[in-house]
Design a protein around this ligand. Structure first.
Ligand SMILES: Cc1cc2nc3c(=O)[nH]c(=O)nc-3n(C[C@H](O)[C@H](O)[C@H](O)COP(=O)(O)OP(=O)(O)OC[C@H]3O[C@@H](n4cnc5c(N)ncnc54)[C@H](O)[C@@H]3O)c2cc1C
Length: 436
């Protein structure tokens, strides 16, 4: 019998399994797909390109939540040296990304009056209590004290830090909580050497010490007896364990058990999750298109980009260069091809406005339409206080982790943070207190 069965091998499931295995617990990870990684899947193809399912960075680098998991495993993520050359695109121009409050005061992107207003806004953000603002949008927060069209046009950048650029949709509490941590940490994002491939191969090594990963084995039922989770049934076999960690997209749990046994607020939340999608394009060129080593974010057009091979030559075979560009698809995108086409055009015209020769240098491109955020679009209703608890309140031994539950941070950070909390609760050592 295993100590824990983990359903799903993304950031969350792999982290929880590695933390438990590191403490000598026997774990079984069940993964429906043929590979580990989930939404952060990364693989090297036969031509030597390291493809990621989107380019993944980790907020606050060595001071961030992903690295917290590795510290508990007795090691650290191998991040590339910080490049300190991050850029912003604002009104079709490229700008240095301001660093800290002083950077915002100096940026030539805005008039002096707007810079001063922005500085006051940042001071207000620094002093605010996030708990009082989870329920309100960033626009609500801004409008309580400010009226400056230039600063208002800049707000999407603040929302973009938690991947929800719409100021009228993103929870002010989430933006405040993140910016407070970022301003205090004084570091930007960390790019792991070899991307997510590094993260997963290292987690896998820990799991192998006292556990197994079963690929292409889909969990079909969580077995509950007398108010306790006692095992999982797959298409092949029945496994028993006193702890079951559900680490797949939250709505999928509804197919695996009697919903009446679950807390009502979890069922309601899972049924009403608001997704957001993005279009990412990997571009291969025969020469570098820029010498930027770090990343680029759009302020007025919701885009992001990384130039991986400028900083890490393990991404491409010799003589080839990779950059990955992403753009948010419109809110409530329903898979419509025409919208994808229009969004692709918008992305490419933004790129061409900044780097006029870029498109002519492209020798290959790979396009992916992805659910960037699955329920972790940090709207007020999906902000931390409203996301479901990690430990199930109605069934003993059942845990929910991933980017749709009550972890800290945003995007992948929620997956890492919830994995830490679940592992702590199971190990009992820290009684569920996360130090992230
Ligand atoms: C293009 C893109 C770029 C992104 N960039 C960043 C970034 O830079 N930084 C960041 O922090 N986040 C980023 N994110 C978000 C991040 O990828 C996700 O938050 C994170 O990967 C979610 O991990 P997870 O383990 O919670 O879930 P998932 O990755 O979705 O893993 C769940 C796993 O469960 C498996 N599964 C489902 N059902 C079953 C079943 N019945 N039985 C067994 N297995 C099952 C699935 O196959 C999957 O592998 C990005 C996302 C995308 C798409």
């Amino acid at each position: 019998m295993a100590d824990a069965i983990i359903i799903g091998a993304g950031y969350a499931g792999m982290s929880a399994a590695a933390l438990l295995a590191h403490s000598g617990r026997k774990v079984i990870v069940l993964e429906a797909a043929g590979t580990i990684g989930g939404r952060a899947y990364a693989y090297r193809n036969e031509k030597g390109y390291l493809w990621e399912y989107g380019a993944h960075s980790h907020r606050l680098a060595h001071k961030g939540i992903a690295n917290e998991v590795f510290k508990r495993l007795g090691e650290e993520i191998d991040f590339l040296p910080e490049a300190k050359d991050a850029k912003l695109i604002f009104q079709e121009k490229l700008w240095e990304r301001p660093e800290g409050s002083a950077g915002f005061l100096k940026t030539p992107m805005l008039s002096l009056r707007a810079r001063l207003t922005l500085l006051v806004l940042l001071i207000k953000i620094k002093k605010a209590n996030p708990i009082e603002w989870y329920d309100k949008t960033l626009l609500d927060f801004y409008k309580t004290s400010f009226q400056n069209p230039e600063v208002e046009a800049f707000l999407p950048f603040l929302g973009m830090t938690v991947m929800c650029p719409a100021p009228d949709k993103v929870s002010a509490g989430e933006v405040i909580a993140f910016l407070q941590r970022a301003l205090k940490a004084g570091v930007g994002v960390g790019e792991p050497r070899s991307g997510s491939a590094q993260i997963f191969s290292r987690l896998e090594k820990h799991i192998e010490k006292s556990g197994e990963i079963h690929l292409q084995e889909k969990a079909q039922k969580i077995i509950i007896e007398n108010g306790r989770a006692v095992g999982v049934e797959t298409d092949r076999v029945k496994y028993s364990a006193p702890n079951i960690i559900f680490a797949a997209r939250l709505p999928l749990v509804l197919d695996l058990m009697d919903n009446l046994l679950l807390p009502k607020d979890l069922v309601d939340y899972a049924k009403n999750i608001e997704n957001s999608s993005g279009l990412t394009i990997d571009f291969i060129t025969d020469m570098p298109v820029t010498n930027i080593r770090s990343s680029l974010l759009g302020v007025d057009v919701p885009i992001w980009a990384r130039f991986q091979s400028n900083a890490d030559d393990s991404f491409t075979p010799p003589g080839k260069y990779l950059s990955t560009w992403g753009i948010m698809l419109p809110w409530h995108f329903n898979g419509d091809e025409k919208t994808v086409e229009q969004t692709e055009k918008r992305l490419k015209s933004t790129i061409s406005a900044i780097f006029p020769d870029f498109m002519s240098k492209v020798v290959a491109e790979r396009k992916t339409v992805v659910p960037v955020m699955n329920g972790n679009v940090l709207t007020p209703a999906q902000s931390k206080p409203y996301r479901p608890d990690i430990e199930c309140s109605t069934i003993k031994g059942l845990y929910f982790i991933g980017d749709t539950v009550k972890g800290d941070g945003c995007s992948g950070d929620i997956s890492f943070s919830s994995a830490l909390i679940a592992a702590d609760r199971i190990l009992g050592s820290r009684m569920g207190k996360s130090n992230v």
